[in-house]
Structures are given as C-alpha cells and as structure tokens.
Ligand binder design. Structure first.
Ligand code: UDX
Ligand code: ADP
Length: 456
C-alpha cells in the first residue's frame, strides 16, 4: 500500500469520509479507530451506526480490503503516515465559554495519544470543525514530544452535509487545505493535495494558510445558517401580510448575486454544525474584543430559536389557546430528511414546548425514532413512539410536520383525516404538503410564511 491513513473518530464525519477515501484511493490503507467499541463493532457489521444514502455500498465494497475499523488506537497511530483527527468538538457545557466555546478536550486527548504512541513522523490533519488558531495549540502539544519527531499540522475541514454525504464527498464543490507557511508545512500540504487529486479536479482543491482554513469552515456554516434565519424572519412578516415567503424567496433568489439555495423557510435549522459553529464564532469574536461582531452573528441563532417558539405559539393560538391533553402527531424528528440524526433538531425543541403545554405526543419518523427516544428520555409528559404515520395521527387533534421526508408528501391524507379528532389541524413546518388539497379535505392548514387556510 502506498500510504497508511488513519482516522481517529468514527462518527458522522470520519466514517463516511474515510469510506470514500478508501474507495477512491485503492492503493492506500485506511483505518478508522474510535474509543467507542460499540461504534466500531457496528462499523464492522451489516448494521452501520449511521444512516446515509449510498454509505452501505461503499463500505461493503472496501471493508476488509483497504478499509478497516478498529479500537486499536495505539497500533493505528504507530502504523500511520497521515492521521485525520475527526473527534467530536461539542459546545462547552462548563467553565469559561460554557454554552458557546468549543470543548476541545477530545481533540487534546487525541494529540496526546499521538505523542505517546508515535515512533515516526506523521502528518496530522484537523478534520473536525475547530476554532481558528486551534492548530497552534495542537502543534505545540505534538511538538512537545521528546522523540524528536515532526508532526506538521494541516487543516482540512469537511463540508459534507448529512443525507448527501457520499455524493458531497465524491464530487465536492471544493476541498480546502490549510498549512503552515514553512517548507515542512507546505510539503505536508502537497501530500494531502495529491491524495485528494486522485478523484477531485485540481481546480477544486483550494490551499490557504492554516488560520484561513480553520476560519473558513465556521464562516461557511455561519453564512448558510444566516440565509435560513433571514428567510425565516421574513416568513413571520409574510404570515402577517399575506405575502407568500416562497414567492418572495423565489423572486429574490432569481438575482444571480443572491441565488436560490438555502432560502427555504422552515421550522428552523438543526444539525450538529450550524448552531455550534455560530456560537463558536460568537465566542471567538467576544474573546478577541469584538462584541458588535459577536452580537451580529448571535442573532442568527436567536432568530432560529424564535422560529420554533413562534411555530408552537401559532399552534396553540390556532387550537383555541390550549393544547393541554390534546394528542398531537409529530411527523418527523430528524433535523432534516434522509438522516437518522436528531442533533439540535427543531423537532426536539417543539416537542419540549408542546409537552410543557401538557400536550400528548405521538411521534413517527422513518429513521430517527431511536434517537428521538434518547433525546426525550427525560421529558415529562405522555409520548407515544409510532411505527407508522397513520398510527401517530389516529385520534389526534393536530399533525405537526417537522422533517421534510418524501413519504409525508405521499400519504393517504383522506384516511388520516377520517381518523382524526375534528376540527383537524395540520401545521406544516417544512411546507412540503399540498396545502390547498388538504384544506379541501377538511383540514385547517397552517404553513410557514404563507396564509393559513382555515374553515370557519
Ligand atoms: C451543514 C452544512 O451544509 C455542511 O456544509 C457542513 O459540513 C455541516 O453543516 P448539515 O447540517 O448536514 O450540513 O445539513 P444542511 O443541509 O446544511 O441543513 C441544516 C439545517 O438547515 C437542516 O435542519 C435543514 O432542514 C435546514 N435548512 C436547510 C432549512 O431550513 N432551509 C434551507 O433552505 C436549507
Ligand atoms: P462528528 O459529527 O464530528 O463526526 P461524532 O460525535 O459523530 O462527531 O463522532 C466523533 C467520534 O469521535 C465519536 O465516535 C467518539 O467516540 C470519537 N472520539 C472522541 N474522542 C476520541 C479519542 N480520544 N480517541 C478516539 N476516538 C474518539
């Protein structure tokens, strides 16, 4: 094998990324290690720990040939030429920066493991999203080794989106690699460029200095989330004025300087990245004495929280100012379609708020039900987890659509309506169903950013 590649952290980023590297670089040996032995066992089984379209096929094609999953972190480090670090960097829950700053303890432990086990030089690649200048701390820990070893650090943030991870990895808009501006740093950077160049066109591989690369990932996510919060803020105004947020977004998005993507008004953005990365950016701005810049970006998160609260308030208002003891069917719990991931899902915030109002919830999601159970384990109130949307809606006063799963567009809504309490309500947090059709069936329909259709 030409190169030994190791990835530390077998999660949503490390798992799919390494599978595609193994697939596209058959002359490299790729090993993914994790401290979580259950996760590694799942990667070695027919039941992978994450659901991602196309992932099973890639893993099946390469596993046991040049793709390996293991808990032997020490052995993996010793054998590696290039180490991708893809451990979790959650928001800190304690001490200075709690609630905003990234918790870098897992990253630091990884750096210390590399120092402990390595007996030759290695390129260390930051894959996890990190605060700008983390590579400096990483480098200092790595260079503290007493074995005279060199560990040039590169930043190579991952831009894949869940649900489309495999196609994003196979055909990325860009690959970003940042390196130290030293001969050693540039040599390491060129080595990583060569790896990606095996399947990514050269013009899509961008190289920058380390700090630009680290910051670019935070900025890309902040800009994407900002577009969603911007259009969601307008959705509130549309509901008051009878403008239609989809017509507004389409009209504005036709300007090539604005563009049509990421202007889909919704219940709000979720996922492990957007909120975490913006708060991380906010913390960095505060840390560097830029409170106005911090407040500007923090507003993106506040608007997102407002959108979920507004949705629940609309539900309560429409349902005669009380949802207490009313059964509400929750359609979808994942933070977006085509994933089982529920991290920061707006569905979770909505469910908590409805439970506080003493509603009874029946939740259905095709892929995220197990995660929903974990997320709501400590919630007070009555929750049923259902294996079909028809079961969830049976006897319900209302349906709240939380995730844009295709199957919700194709349900037999006549059957659903017939089995619901009357008046029946549907709150479409993703604007995916045919509102006029549902209204004609007898539903009271409440889209986002569009006039509601109510039987009086
Ligand atoms: C995001 C970035 O897209 C990706 O580049 C980065 O690497 C990780 O974070 P991800 O969180 O997987 O990816 O999903 P994404 O498709 O960006 O959606 C995030 C959230 O925004 C979802 O809850 C989605 O439903 C919501 N969204 C997206 C909207 O509400 N409206 C839109 O127009 C687009
Ligand atoms: P992401 O979405 O960024 O991939 P995940 O939480 O899905 O984040 O995955 C991160 C993985 O990193 C987890 O499986 C976790 O067990 C693993 N991990 C954390 N710390 C270490 C460590 N010191 N050594 C090896 N693996 C680690």
């Amino acid at each position: 094998m030409k190169k030994n590649i190791l990835c530390i952290g077998a999660g949503y980023v490390g798992g799919p990324t390494m599978a595609v590297i193994a697939d596209r670089c058959p002359d490299c040996k790729v090993t993914v290690v994790d401290i979580n032995s259950e996760r590694i066992a799942a990667w070695n089984s027919d039941n992978l720990p994450i659901f991602e379209p196309g992932l099973d096929e890639v893993v099946k094609r390469r596993r046991g040939k040049n793709l390996f999953y293991s808990t032997d972190i020490a052995g993996g480090i010793k054998a590696a030429d290039i180490i991708f670090v893809s451990v979790n960097t959650p928001t800190k829950t304690f001490g200075a920066g709690a609630g905003k700053a990234a918790d870098l303890q897992y990253l630091e432990k990884t750096a210390r493991s590399i120092v402990e086990y390595a007996d030759s030089d290695k390129i260390v690649v930051e894959k996890s999203t990190l605060p700008v200048r983390t590579a400096q701390a990483m480098s200092r820990i790595l260079q503290s080794n007493t074995k005279n070893l060199n560990f040039p650090v590169l930043s190579n943030p991952e831009f894949l989106a869940e649900g489309t991870a495999i196609s994003d990895l196979e055909n990325p808009d860009r690959v970003l690699i940042g390196g130290m501006e030293t001969p050693e740093g540039q040599a390491a950077l060129n080595e990583l460029v060569e790896l990606y160049a095996q399947w990514v066109p050269r013009e899509r591989i961008i190289t920058t200095n380390l700090w630009s690369s680290e910051l670019s990932k935070l900025v890309a996510n902040a800009l994407l989330a900002q577009r969603i919060s911007s259009i969601n803020s307008i959705s509130a105004l549309c509901e008051k004025t009878e403008a239609n947020v989809y017509e507004v977004a389409a009209a504005a998005g036709r300007d090539s300087r604005i563009g049509p993507k990421f202007l889909h008004a919704s219940i709000g953005f979720g996922g492990s990245c957007f909120k975490k990365d913006i708060l991380n950016l906010v913390y960095l701005c505060e840390y560097y004495g830029l409170p106005e810049v911090a407040a500007y970006w923090e507003q993106v998160v506040k608007m997102n929280d407002f959108q979920a609260r507004r949705f629940v308030q609309n539900m309560i208002g429409a349902m005669f100012n009380t949802v207490s003891a009313k059964k509400i069917a929750i359609f979808g719990f994942a933070f977006k379609a085509n994933t089982g991931d529920t991290r920061e899902s707006p569905a979770c915030a909505v469910c908590h708020q409805l439970l506080e109002e003493r509603a009874e919830l029946s939740i259905y999601d095709p892929k995220a039900l197990e995660n929903a159970k974990i997320d709501l384990a400590n919630a007070q109130g009555r929750i049923n987890y259902c294996t079909s949307p028809y079961e969830a809606a049976k006897g319900a006063h209302a349906i709240a659509i939380m995730t844009e799963w295709n199957e919700f567009k194709e349900l037999d809504y006549q059957r659903i309506f017939d089995n619901m309490e009357k008046p029946a309500f549907i709150f479409d947090g993703r604007n995916i169903v045919d509102h006029q059709y549902l209204y004609e069936l007898g539903f009271n329909v409440y889209p986002i950013g569009k006039k509601s259709l109510v039987h009086v």
